[in-house]
Design a protein around this ligand. Structure first.
Ligand SMILES: CC(C)(COP(=O)(O)OP(=O)(O)OC[C@H]1O[C@@H](n2cnc3c(N)ncnc32)[C@H](O)[C@@H]1OP(=O)(O)O)[C@@H](O)C(=O)NCCC(=O)NCCS
Length: 197
């Protein structure tokens, strides 16, 4: 296996969406109904500020990809997470001023990692980690944020290993979806260090 890493500009990304959705489908094995809507979501994401996509390619085959963009108010994911972070209750949170400061610290200057997937045949060889470290390595934002299934998955281990910490757990973007963990890290990412803001 000889994988090379290649950045896709917005136009190249849009042209490759079919291939990238195939990687997503192979990696996540999602229900059919989610695959159909994925292309439109990714097309919309490509218009986001600071959009960046990195692919891992093996002899012309896309083995994996990661993309993200600058998080801003008005974006669906950003607003859902901001609102959940602001309104969550629990020990250690002492009121609105504290809460809004925490939301700002994580989201005001953030790189949102929207997708990271590696084809099953290529998993466990460091490609996902390389994609994540490389795509965040050249960002100017203060933090990186993402959501992932709230379970002990390889993805969760990978994120924790490069410095992501849980901001929300058991979070549901909609009633129909399984619970997610929202995670955040200070940039640059580093191995084996949880982030604090
Ligand atoms: C999560 C995912 C993107 C990680 O990508 P990956 O390429 O498999 O991950 P990596 O190889 O970089 O790291 C994962 C593991 O390989 C190990 N590893 C890293 N470099 C390695 C190397 N050079 N050789 C062998 N193993 C290595 C890591 O320690 C890690 O071990 P662990 O998972 O057993 O704890 C990928 O597994 C995937 O697409 N999963 C399904 C879809 C998914 O969950 N996407 C994320 C949605 S939020």
């Amino acid at each position: 296996m000889s994988v090379c890493y290649r950045e896709l500009g917005r136009r190249e990304f849009r042209a490759a969406i079919g291939d990238l959705v195939a990687v997503y489908a192979a990696a996540m094995n999602p229900p059919e109904r989610l695959i159909g809507g994925r292309e439109a979501i990714m097309d919309r994401h490509a218009a986001s500020p600071g959009f960046r996509c990195l692919t891992a390619v093996d002899d012309g085959v896309v083995a994996g990809f990661c993309y993200g963009f600058h998080g801003e108010s008005g974006q669906w994911w950003h607003d859902m997470v901001a609102s959940a972070l602001a309104s969550r209750s629990g020990a250690g949170h002492s009121g609105p001023a504290h809460e809004s400061a925490e939301v700002a610290a994580w989201l005001d200057d953030s790189f949102e990692v929207a997708e990271l997937h590696v084809r099953p045949a290529y998993q466990g060889a460091g490609i996902g980690r390389e994609l994540l470290l490389s795509i965040t390595g050249e960002r100017d934002e203060r933090t990186a944020v993402l959501s992932t299934a709230d379970a002990q998955t390889r993805a969760r281990r990978l994120y924790r290993g490069v410095g992501f910490t849980d901001l929300l757990t058991g979070f549901r973007f909609s009633g129909a979806e399984p619970p997610y963990a929202v995670m955040g890290a200070l940039l640059p990412l580093t191995a084996d260090r949880p982030s604090e803001v």
